[in-house]
Design a protein around this ligand. Structure first.
Ligand code: SF4
Length: 354
């Protein structure tokens, strides 16, 4: 190789890195926590989640012993709730099967549920200084641009090629530093839209910069098809009570709470919603007065867009539906973990931050 990639990278890192709390520890539990949180959100938002998790559960044992409701509540707002459930489940396994001791090698770490190659490499290198290269979105971008690789990053061949290149570049004496550096370089310098090429230490060697191909690399073969879902929530009121349930089944937001919901296949008029057989099944003969309908709340997930609407109905009698709803006092609403969509509505309309 005509230039020393890792030395240049680490030099850049030492001058430009951000001071982040998980960089002051080599506790694998805390590194794991930070990586799972950072898969969900930007660093600035992830910081407060990380700090709250570490404060509430300073050790893997404390996380394992926590009630799931509390874990989900702390995760609220991050999305992909299955990751929080996996985190909790894996913490329990570490405590039950490994006496609370985090496994110390890549090969063992990757056996844990919810931990893929990227997270295992991050933990193995940051905590145990094992020379395993991380390959995440930042790394794909940096390598594709500098080395001019146009194999799609979402193809089997692309994954293999990038993993091999990343492994060949890793600094075996300083793997933790090298991995931190390449991720930080992708996050701060070689960013997706406007990379800072003018003052980049790789500008002499960079294939993309030489050919002005930064926006064309990396290449992705599939573009995500976004589906639309329409969530119509009913906030019933009866004698200062309302009804909620916990989401179950293999769908988004599992185990979080919600109001009675119908989900038509398409966007329907107000009249059609109020006369729908799904609403009739929930009401089971109870009459109501419509008090208010909210605006439509749009919530974007990676491959679906949810259009949520909230119907406030005053019931003329208590519900005696066969569906599985729990009656609660309205004052109890802030105690439950809600999907961000509902949380946004509640904080805008009722001014509470759960
Ligand atoms: S020159 Fe530009 S595209 Fe190339 S590595 Fe640097 S920031 Fe990225």
């Amino acid at each position: 190789m005509p230039f020393n990639f890792s030395t240049t990278l680490i030099h850049w890192y030492n001058q430009n890195k951000r001071d982040l709390p998980w960089r002051h520890t080599n506790d694998p539990y805390k590194i794991w926590l930070s990586e799972i949180i950072l898969q969900q959100t930007r660093v600035d938002q992830g910081l407060s989640y990380y700090e709250r998790f570490v404060k509430n559960f300073p050790t893997v044992k404390q996380l394992a012993n926590a009630p799931e409701k509390k874990v989900m509540k702390l995760w609220q707002g991050l999305g992909y709730y299955s990751r929080a459930r996996n985190l909790h489940h894996t913490a329990k396994i570490i405590v039950a099967d490994k006496k609370g001791k985090f496994p110390g090698t890549y090969d063992e770490i990757i056996q844990l549920k919810g931990i893929g190659a990227y997270t295992a490499a991050a933990i193995a290198s940051f905590s145990f200084n094992e020379a395993r290269a991380v390959v995440d979105g930042n790394v794909y971008r940096v390598l594709a641009r500098i080395f001019g690789i146009d194999t799609p990053i979402d193809s089997t061949q692309g994954k293999k090629d990038f993993a091999e290149l990343a492994s060949s570049l890793i600094n075996t004496k300083k793997p933790a530093l090298h991995n931190q550096a390449i991720m930080e370089f992708g996050a701060l310098q070689c960013v997706p839209r406007k990379p800072a090429c003018e003052n980049c230490p790789f500008s002499q060697q960079c294939f993309a910069f030489a050919g002005n191909k930064q926006v064309l690399l990396p290449v992705k073969s599939k573009t995500l098809k976004v589906t639309k879902r329409y969530f119509e929530y009913f906030i019933f009121s009866h004698k200062n009570s309302t009804y909620i349930r916990q989401r179950t089944g293999n769908d988004i937001w599992k185990n979080l709470y919600e109001f009675p919901l119908i989900e038509p296949a398409t966007s329907l008029s107000e009249e059609k919603i109020l006369k729908s057989k799904e609403l009739k099944a929930i009401l089971n003969g109870v009459d109501f007065t419509l008090k208010r309908v909210s605006k439509i709340y749009k919530h974007e997930l990676s491959h679906r867009t949810i259009y949520g609407r909230f119907w406030e109905l005053s019931l003329h009698a208590a519900l005696h539906t066969k569906l599985n709803y729990t009656k609660i006092g309205r004052g109890q609403l802030p105690k439950y973990a809600w999907p961000r969509l509902i949380d946004k509505y509640l904080s805008e309309e009722y001014n509470f931050n759960s």
